[in-house]
Design a protein around this ligand. Sequence first.
Ligand code: CUA
Length: 152
Amino acid sequence: MAFDKSERNIIIITLLLSGLFVFSILYAKGKYKSDLPECLPFDKAYLEPKVEKLDDKTYRVFAVASMWQFQPSQIYITVGSEVDFFLTSKDVVHGFNIAEKNVNMMAVYGGLNKTTVKFDKPGVFKIVCHEYCGIGHQNMQAEVIVNYPEKK
Ligand code: CUA
């Protein structure tokens, strides 16, 4: 089978670029210690927003996006904690971005995405929606509050 020369060049360039993309992702994972988001099997239980404290330094958050809010909207944790975020949507596609932590996920109806984040400094970390999802998009945000007393 004979390839045209330009066709062969394009195939080579495509393969090189694909390799570069995979390498970049793995490099960023190592350098920024960011977890690669996973897609997990969806279950209706994940539509119930909640924050679960598994032990002193481990939390599990079921984050639910909908027009136009995140639930829970305030997540209180202690400094040094590791948080598993399980994310889904009740309606359209939303974004889930924590800029300081390199977290960038999509909330998809009927789908479940997961990432793990370690919060080793106190502070307030904004979660914002970064997928245009309608008229209230720009107000759609929540926060992770690290090392603040829990609200009663
Ligand atoms: Cu939700 Cu934009």
